[in-house]
Design a protein around this ligand. Structure first.
Ligand code: NAD
Length: 253
């Protein structure tokens, strides 16, 4: 039955940056289909709050402390989860940051920070996950449409470059991991209503601009991206690997 292939019963699923926004919505979607989401992030307080959100909705979840910009920490987390649960089925490389700024004046440290988290952090997450996965394991990278097109009119060269790297890490690792039976795919969302877009950007008119430029006439809600992550993480997408699946309301069409 097709609906059985959407189930994730007993699966152990790590979601980096899983304590809010798209990551938390993905954690919930995976839990709804039977997985145990392990929400990994930097802030213990946010982690406890996110676990409570899922608990209050009737699901079980765990929090693990993680900075994806530290390869040793990423390696330790994947090893800990695999050892504690005797399996690692799904990893969602979702953690990311956006530092906007005119490229001609942006500091070297801002550039480096964005690349460390959005590109190196994704690579380390995929690599360390794969070391502990068995055949059937699935990895989903949360890339961005910003890795495919420059998001006019913002000044986002570091972010765009980092997301192009994330998209390509997914494609390349899909090829490298295919013979182990591990699938890797990327999601390329358009604009999504989260703290990243609501809190991190100083121009309140951006939502209006983005909505006008999006054929569907609005930005996405995190749940509309989470459903795609769930599909790519599940056996329902068993013939997909190395894909970059765009969910952007038609923005890049
Ligand atoms: P968000 O800021 O709400 O969530 C990002 C999460 O990543 C936060 O929990 C944050 O603490 C965590 N994080 C950041 N750096 C980390 C690190 N070093 N280690 C561990 N966790 C870290 O934003 P969001 O919109 O939910 O973003 C989730 C992902 O989706 C990001 O990769 C983002 O680039 C991507 N994305 C977002 C949009 C959008 O419009 N919101 C569009 C396309 C792609």
């Amino acid at each position: 039955m097709y609906q059985d292939r959407l189930r994730l019963d007993g699966n152990i699923a790590v979601v980096t940056g899983g304590t809010r926004g798209i990551g938390l919505a993905i954690g919930r979607a995976l839990a709804e289909f039977g997985a145990l989401p392990i929400l990994a992030g930097r802030n213990e307080k946010h982690g406890a709050a996110a676990v409570d959100v899922l608990k209050n909705a009737g699901f079980t979840a765990e929090f693990k402390s993680l900075d994806v910009g530290n390869s040793t920490a990423v390696s330790a987390l994947m090893a800990d989860v695999a050892e504690a649960h005797h399996r690692l089925d799904i990893v969602i490389a979702n953690a990311g940051i956006a530092i906007e700024g005119d490229a001609l004046v942006q500091s070297d440290s801002d550039w480096q920070n964005v690349l460390d988290i959005n590109a190196s952090g994704v690579f380390w997450t995929v690599r360390e996950a794969a070391r502990h996965m068995k055949a059937g394991g699935t990895i989903v990278v949360v890339g961005s449409m910003s890795g495919l097109v420059a998001n006019v009119p913002q000044k986002h060269t570091a972010y765009n470059a980092s997301k192009a790297a994330a998209n390509m890490i997914a494609r390349s690792m899909a090829v490298e991991l295919a013979d182990k039976g591990i699938r890797v795919n990327a999601i390329a969302p358009g604009y999504v209503r989260t703290d990243m877009t609501e809190g991190g950007i100083d121009n309140p008119d951006w939502f209006k601009v983005w909505s006008e430029r999006t054929p569907l006439g609005r930005v996405a809600e995190p749940e509309e991206i989470a459903s795609l992550a769930h599909f790519l993480a599940s056996p329902a997408s068993s013939y997909m690997t190395g894909s970059i699946v765009v969910a952007d309301g038609g923005y890049t069409s």
